[in-house]
Design a protein around this ligand. Structure first.
Ligand code: BG6
Length: 487
């Protein structure tokens, strides 16, 4: 069913995120009948564009980022009618606000308003203050904050304080697009609708867990942002920790937002702190150098940044995390993410313990559950079966119990933003991050960043197109463990 009529006001509307993700996601929801024709999508940015100019850019974005088969010209035209533009510097309390004010005033005062902040995070507080001073924060207003929320605990608190002065916590939607991925939400179904897994879900049966988000892209045009951020802030502090929470948490009492978020928070609090002195033992950081992809030569990170660049920013991280709780004991949760790796793949590997004893000629390998977040979404459980080739002994052979979701359900996998953008309109925060989660995640990440800043562990080079530095392998080998691609 369609959501209530809304105005979506995007700050930073000429940016990459709006074009690549927000407009295409809203188009799909509109096409599927979930967005009423009276809704408005109001882009704002500093560029002095006309409404028609911005609609032209939006149209181009649809052509570039919506699958051709899904782009119906008539639907696209009607969708573009929802799109408006106001030239505005949201961070300045200047004379550009009246245009937005009068546009918003054309709608009834109780219409749902979503202020989507896709600008530099340092501006979030200022924009909210201006919205409030201009009298634009109504009872029905919500604000969406894109990551990164700060670069450490202190800056995150400053941002959250700034926004929190003008919006109550339950009207603040901190987006982590990994939570919008179907397969990440499916973790909740897999774990809590299938006792067969949940009964084994602890250190009793699980030897270790791996969570990988590997990308083949480099920093592309995002060097200036990325070089200040690095893989820990860009991927681990948010996306991978959120996935870790869903893998490690206890069953929530219900699917109500705070019920779920309370359980995630407990996991974040139970993470074993990694002090600056521990970083050499528990973390690996790397930076890609030039490499090969087939015949193609791939540039190194410094080359990607530009001529004469120097940088000690990590483009790869591997960490041995531990959740110190009764359920998990000291089970390692290996987290890994990097740019310019061998494959684009986000997945969770649950490595079960091996049988204590074998009655077979060869010891059966331990079972493994692989949850593929993307691409090729699905779940695979590896099992030992009897080898059907006739021999005189009962020999074993490995096989997979496999569900490939797209094939199983014959349905399109929506982009993560599609669900999240409309959840904000519906006022459902279950897939968004509460302030205390952000804080707990930074509290864990900060000492690691500090240890790195003090050079307590070497920045390891790895060739573009590889699985990362050798040290990442060694991190697991110490405990007799292996990354999935080596198994
Ligand atoms: C973003 C990061 O949050 O996630 C990017 O800023 C990264 O650097 C992206 O490329 C990865 O998202 P996905 O959905 O492609 O795994």
């Amino acid at each position: 069913p369609p959501v209530d009529i809304f105005d979506y006001i995007v700050f930073g509307a000429t940016g990459d995120l709006t074009m690549r993700k927000l407009l295409p996601a809203l188009y799909y929801r509109y096409r599927d009948g979930q967005i009423p024709d009276e809704a408005r999508i109001i882009g704002t940015a500093r560029s002095p564009l006309s409404r028609a100019d911005f609609q032209g850019r939006a149209e181009k974005a649809l052509h570039n980022f919506v699958k051709p088969a899904d782009l119906d010209p008539d639907t696209a035209r009607r969708f573009l009618d929802l799109v408006h533009y106001v030239s505005l510097n949201g961070a300045e309390a200047d004379s550009t606000w009246p245009a937005l004010k009068s546009l918003l005033a054309e709608a009834p005062a109780d219409r749902i308003r979503v202020y989507y902040l896709a600008t530099a995070p340092g501006l979030y507080g200022q924009i909210c203050e201006n919205l409030s001073n201009q009298g634009l924060v109504t009872e029905q207003s919500r604000v969406v904050l894109e990551k990164p929320i700060g670069t450490d605990l202190q800056s995150a608190n400053a941002i959250n304080d700034g926004v929190g002065r003008h919006f109550p916590e339950n009207h603040i939607f901190r987006i982590d697009h990994y939570l919008g991925k179907e397969t990440v939400q499916n973790l909740i179904a897999l774990r809590f609708a299938n006792p067969v897994f949940e009964r084994l879900w602890s250190s009793d049966a699980i030897e270790y867990v791996q969570i990988t988000a590997a990308e083949t892209v480099g920093v592309e045009g995002r060097g200036p942002y990325y070089d200040k951020s690095g893989a820990l802030r860009d991927m681990i502090q948010n996306h991978l920790l959120q996935v870790l929470c869903l893998v490690a948490m206890d069953p929530p009492g219900s699917l109500e937002a705070d019920s779920l978020r309370n359980e995630k928070l407990k996991v974040l609090h139970a993470l074993r702190p990694i002090t600056p002195d521990d970083v050499a033992t528990y973390t690996v950081r790397g930076q890609y150098t030039c490499g090969k992809e087939g015949d193609k030569t791939l540039a190194g990170y410094l080359e990607d940044l530009g001529e004469d660049a120097t940088s000690s920013t990590e483009t790869f991280v591997a960490i041995r995390a531990e959740v110190h709780s009764w359920r998990w004991g000291a089970v390692p949760f290996y987290l890994r993410s990097g740019k310019r790796m061998a494959e684009k793949c986000s997945e969770i590997v649950i490595q079960f313990k091996a049988a204590p004893w074998s009655i077979f000629a060869t010891k059966p390998p331990a079972n493994r559950l692989v949850i593929r977040i993307q691409p090729d979404e699905g779940v695979t459980l590896s099992v030992s079966t009897k080898d059907p080739t006739p021999t005189d002994s009962l020999a074993l052979r490995q096989a997979d119990i496999d569900i490939a979701f797209e094939k199983a359900f014959g349905t399109r996998y929506p982009d993560s933003y599609e669900r999240l953008l409309l959840d904000v309109v519906r006022g459902d925060p279950v897939l968004f991050i509460r302030r205390d989660e952000v804080e707990a995640a930074w509290r864990w990440a900060d000492p690691i960043l500090q240890g790195w800043a003090e050079d307590k562990v070497k920045l390891e080079p790895y060739p573009a197109g590889s699985w990362g530095p050798e040290a990442a392998r060694a991190l697991l080998a110490r405990s007799g463990h292996q990354w999935h691609e080596d198994m």
